[in-house]
Design a protein around this ligand. Structure first.
Ligand SMILES: [Zn+2]
Length: 139
């Protein structure tokens, strides 16, 4: 068994042997396709490679595996921190703080209540809802 050298931690973490996502950095091209299927937000791109940012956020369900176009993701059984619902809830709360919904450039409706479509305009992406877009197209 691998020994981990831990400096100062307040509570000792008891590692358990469980199914985790393994990411082959050689195969990962950093496309980020695996990030949104992960409901726990356990995956992030770090220096252009997908990473499990904290073991306790990964439940090993493997929803990310099927979407990887390069086959970089697989399941492995290894020593890891136990999956923590509490950690997931806290982590998601911080993700939501950074989340700013897009609004329709024309009528101001939010993506929370309408479908928005990006349109290129003078090098920028602007967003229109499905009601305003036809008006834009037909002048
Ligand atoms: Zn609109």
């Amino acid at each position: 068994m691998q020994k981990l050298i831990l400096d100062i931690i307040e509570e000792p973490v008891h590692l358990v042997s469980r199914t985790m996502i393994n990411i082959d950095e050689e195969l990962c091209d950093g496309c980020g396709a695996c990030i949104s299927p992960c409901v726990e937000g356990a995956l992030e791109l770090v220096d252009g490679k997908a990473k499990v940012i904290r073991d306790e956020l990964c439940d090993g369900a493997g929803f990310c595996i099927g979407v990887c176009p390069t086959g970089a993701l697989s399941l492995e059984v290894r020593e890891a921190e136990p999956f923590s619902e509490t950690a997931v809830t806290e982590h998601k709360a911080t993700l939501n703080l950074n989340y700013i919904p897009q609004i329709c450039t024309n009528c101001g409706v939010s993506e929370e209540t309408a479908y928005l479509i990006p349109v290129k305009h003078k090098g920028d992406s602007i967003w229109f809802c499905t009601k305003c877009l036809p008006k834009l197209i037909h002048g």
